[in-house]
Design a protein around this ligand. Structure first.
Ligand SMILES: Cc1ncc(COP(=O)(O)O)c(C=O)c1O
Length: 450
C-alpha cells in the first residue's frame, strides 16, 4: 500500500466527526513482511510485531539501599525526629523553582490540605476537570464541597478554559485544573477567570513533575500545586505527595494542617492546636526513596520527551490515530502517560476495546483512558447524602444534575488510548515497534472486527 492521500474535507470529518478542526496529514510507511501469513494480525493467530520486554517500573538506585538501612537502624522513622523529609522539601522546591514545598503522605492528602488551607469550605463549589483520576473529585467531596465539571477539550485532553466561567456561581471558591498525563493546562486562561471572580486555583499536578507552561514548572502557576509520588508515578516512593507555593503564610497553614493543627511559622501560637488539622505527614523512608529517585528524574524526562516527539510525528501519519495536542502556552509535557485518540471510523468501525486488545496481542501494552466518571456512582451517593441535602438547596442539586452534560469529555472517554510512562523509557527501536504494530492493525482493519 502506498501513501494514502485524503481530501482536507475527509480529514476534518474523520478527525472531528463534527466538533474538532484538526487538519491531518496522513501518509505512513506501510507495514509489510512480504508474506501474507507473517502479516496476519497477532490477535488472529499471526506472529507478534514485538516479542521483547518493556522497561519495568519502578527502578531504584542501589546507593539508596544503604541510606534506607542506616535510617532504619536509627529508629528515627518519622519526620519529627529526622532530617530527610525536610531535605526532600528543600530539594523539590528548588527543582520546581518555588520558595516552599511541603511533603505529604500522598497526592490526595496534598489536595485536601490545600483546600483547607485556602479556606475552601463545606457548601462551597469547586470547578474541576472531569477527565482525571478519581482523587480530583474525591477530595472535593471529602471537603463537603460540590465538584462542578467544566467540559474537556478532546484535542488537548484537558479542561477547556472557555467552559469555566459559565460554571461559576456565588458559591464557587476555587478551580482545580488537572494537568492530566503531564499535559499542561493553559494556566493564563484559568488564572484570568480566577482573578475576575476572586477564586483560588489549586493545580492538580499529581501527574506533571517537570512539565512546563511558558517555561515555568507546572504546579507553580496557581495558589497551590499538588503532586503525587505513588508507585506508578514518574517520581515514585510507594506513596507520597507534595504541595508547592511561593506564598509563605499559605504554606505555614498547610504545614499546621498536615500536622494535627499544631502552630507553625505564621500560624499563631495562641494554643497547642490553634487550627483544625490531621496527620498527613510524610515518613522518612518515603523521603529517602524520593531523594534517590530525584537523581534520575530529569534524565528520564528527557528520554520520554524525545520518544514522545517521535511518536507524535509517526503516529499522526496513521489514519484515525490522533496524538494529544499541547494546550496554548504549554512548553513541555511530563508524559506520565502518552495519549492519543483512536477514531474507529478509520478502522472499519472496530470498537476501541478490540483495537486495544489487538495492539496488546502485537506486544504493545496500552489501555483506555478515564471513563465518564462525572456519571459514576460516587456522585449520586454524595448528592443524596443527608449532609449534601443540608448543605445545598434542592434547586441547586437539580440544576447541577441538569448541567452534568459533557459532550467533549464523553467523546474523549470513548476515543482515548494511552501508553504508560515506562514504555516511553524504551529505545528508538521500541518506538518503531509501536508505530509498526499500529500500522499493521490499520492495514488489516478489515480482518480485525470480531
Ligand atoms: C490526577 C491525580 N490527582 C490526584 C491523585 C492522587 O494522588 P495519590 O494517589 O498519591 O493520593 C492522582 C494519583 O494517581 C492523580 O493521578
Amino acid at each position: 500500500m502506498g501513501k494514502r492521500k485524503i481530501t482536507r474535507r475527509k480529514a476534518i470529518a474523520a478527525a472531528s466527526a463534527g466538533a474538532l478542526g484538526t487538519i491531518v496529514n496522513w501518509s505512513f510507511t506501510p507495514f509489510t513482511t512480504g508474506s501474507k501469513e507473517q502479516d496476519k494480525l497477532a490477535i488472529l493467530g499471526g506472529p507478534k510485531v514485538r516479542e521483547g520486554r518493556w522497561p519495568s517500573w519502578p527502578v531504584w538506585d542501589e546507593a539508596a539501599e544503604k541510606n534506607i538501612t542506616d535510617m532504619l537502624r536509627t529508629g528515627r522513622w518519622w519526620r519529627g525526629s529526622g532530617e530527610h523529609v525536610a531535605e526532600f522539601e528543600t530539594k523539590y522546591a528548588e527543582l520546581m523553582g518555588v520558595k516552599r514545598c511541603l511533603a505529604t503522605a500522598s497526592g490526595t492528602t496534598a489536595l485536601i490540605t490545600s483546600l483547607k488551607a485556602l479556606g475552601v469550605d463545606a457548601g462551597d463549589e469547586v470547578i474541576v476537570s472531569p477527565f482525571t483520576f478519581i482523587a480530583s473529585y474525591n477530595v472535593i467531596f471529602m471537603n463537603k464541597s460540590l465538584p462542578v465539571f467544566a467540559d474537556t477539550d478532546p484535542e488537548t485532553f484537558l479542561i477547556d478554559p472557555s467552559k469555566i466561567e459559565s460554571r461559576v456561581t456565588e458559591r464557587t471558591t476555587a478551580i482545580i485544573p488537572v494537568h492530566i498525563y503531564g499535559l499542561p493546562v493553559d494556566m493564563d486562561s484559568v488564572n484570568a477567570v480566577a482573578r475576575k471572580h476572586n477564586l483560588k486555583v489549586i493545580e492538580d499536578a499529581c501527574q506533571a513533575w517537570l512539565a512546563e507552561y511558558k517555561g515555568e514548572k507546572v504546579g507553580s502557576l496557581g495558589d497551590a500545586g499538588c503532586f503525587s509520588f505513588q508507585n506508578s508515578k514518574n517520581l515514585p516512593a510507594g506513596e507520597g505527595g507534595a504541595i508547592i507555593s511561593n506564598n509563605e503564610s499559605f504554606m505555614d497553614k498547610c504545614h499546621s494542617t498536615h500536622n494535627c493543627g499544631r502552630p507553625f511559622g505564621s500560624v499563631p501560637r495562641t494554643s497547642s492546636y490553634p487550627i483544625a488539622g490531621t496527620n498527613f505527614r510524610m515518613q522518612q523512608i518515603q523521603a529517602l526513596i524520593l531523594l534517590s529517585q530525584m537523581n534520575r528524574i530529569q534524565k528520564d524526562a528527557d528520554i520520554r520527551l524525545a520518544n514522545a516527539r517521535y511518536l507524535d510525528e509517526q503516529l499522526s501519519k496513521i489514519p484515525g490515530i490522533i496524538p494529544y495536542k499541547l494546550a496554548n502556552g504549554a512548553t513541555r509535557s511530563a508524559y506520565h502517560l502518552y495519549p492519543f485518540r483512536y477514531l474507529k471510523e478509520e478502522f472499519n468501525d472496530t470498537p476501541k476495546e478490540r483495537f486495544i486488545r489487538a495492539l496488546g496481542a502485537e506486544g504493545i501494552p496500552c489501555s483506555s483512558g478515564y471513563g465518564p466518571q462525572n456519571k459514576d456512582g460516587l456522585i449520586e451517593e454524595q448528592l443524596n447524602s443527608k449532609g449534601y441535602k443540608r448543605l445545598f438547596p434542592e434547586s441547586r442539586l437539580k440544576q447541577w444534575r441538569e448541567e452534568n452534560i459533557l459532550p467533549g469529555n464523553d467523546r474523549l472517554c470513548s476515543e482515548a488510548v494511552i501508553f504508560s510512562q515506562s514504555i516511553l523509557l524504551g529505545s528508538r527501536s521500541d518506538m518503531e515497534d509501536i508505530v509498526k504494530a499500529i500500522t499493521k492493525i490499520y492495514q488489516n482493519r478489515d480482518s480485525l472486527k470480531a
